[in-house]
Design a protein around this ligand. Structure first.
Ligand code: ASP
Length: 323
């Protein structure tokens, strides 16, 4: 029988609705603890509550603590896989951090819920059971960190929360899920591209994320320079272009040796150094800005936080954002 560890961290999956006020919040204890175990007889389940917090309270420190915990448990216990329950707001960031941090062939699954445990149509228990079945499946090995929600299996790298409230919120725009679950089975239908891994010891850098807009000037970048800043991620326009007034302050940031990574605010496609006008991608690349290969802004920020623990050198950082 496969042995799976479930680690709870909080989020709506661990919350209850107050039927009088409609408020949803964390109470004492986890409403689903021991319930998954009671519903899946074919898997031996161990459970642990690591955090009991909403996911907007999750920080990179929490992510590293969780990553270390999984690493330790995989080393000392004879586990076949791990399932993490997490709030959905920042689930994709924690999942991607774990994907970069953990070096294991064993299945690691992150799941959550859009409706709290006592709401009508609550999806938490279902997602937890399905996530556990995926973690216990042989096919889930060697696939990096997976996000299992609403009968779909997504990679940590491509998945993103697309709806504020719909249970089908987790999607992988452009790529789609890599598998699905049915009542009886787990099916994978895509192969994964190469993954990289970063066994960091700490995560202490200051990396900001800024979204570009029409008419943007340099005010935000000048303000950032007056505060601790080790790296910057910009969600640029279209194929990777910025309004012209942002260019000079960005050059000043680069001149201080602070790496700047560019992604697009479009939810599909990859940034390219095509346009040669002032603020165009070609000029930004020539100025030393690193182009990321298809990550969202929040995920490029996680990757830069992690990568900066290995090197500050832009020529070493740039290839890390090629995949
Ligand atoms: N705000 C909640 C959280 O991320 C949403 C959820 O879990 O679905 O903690």
């Amino acid at each position: 029988m496969k042995k799976i560890l479930i680690i709870h961290t909080g989020g709506t999956i661990s919350m209850k609705e107050n039927k009088e006020t409609g408020e949803v919040d964390t109470g004492d204890g986890h409403p689903l603890q021991k319930i998954a175990a009671a519903n899946i007889e074919s898997v031996q389940i161990e459970e642990e509550i690591l955090f009991h917090i909403p996911s907007p309270h999750i920080t990179p420190d929490h992510m590293l603590t969780l990553g270390r915990k999984i690493h330790e448990q995989l080393a000392k216990n004879e586990l076949d896989g791990v399932v993490i329950t997490h709030g959905t707001d920042t689930l994709e960031e924690t999942a991607y951090f774990l994907d970069l941090f953990l070096q294991t062939r064993k299945p690691i699954v992150v799941t959550g819920a859009m409706r709290s445990s006592n709401e009508i149509g609550a999806d938490g228990l279902y997602n937890l059971i399905t996530g556990t079945r995926v973690a216990a499946s042989d096919e889930a090995q060697d696939k990096g960190v997976l996000v299992v929600m609403n009968d779909e299996i997504h990679t940590a790298k491509n998945v993103t929360k697309t709806s504020t409230s719909n249970v089908a919120t987790f999607q992988s725009p452009q790529y789609g899920p890599i598998g699905i679950t049915t009542k009886r089975d787990v099916f994978f239908h895509h192969k994964l591209s190469n993954r990289d891994s970063y066994p960091i010891q700490q995560i202490n850098k200051h990396v900001s994320l800024v979204k570009a807009y029409a008419g943007m000037d340099g005010t935000i970048f000048k303000a950032l320079m007056n505060n601790p800043l080790d790296g910057l991620v910009i969600e640029a326009l279209g194929q990777g272009n910025l309004p012209p007034d942002t260019v000079q302050p960005l050059k000043e940031i680069l001149a201080q040796g602070i790496p700047v990574v560019l992604v697009s605010r479009c939810y599909q496609g990859i940034v390219q150094d095509t346009y040669a006008y002032e603020g165009g991608g070609r000029k930004l690349r020539e100025a030393g800005i690193i182009f990321a290969n298809g990550l969202t802004g929040p995920k490029a920020r996680i990757k830069l936080l992690v990568a900066l623990e290995m090197t500050k050198n832009p020529t070493e950082l740039a290839p890390m954002f090629d995949y």
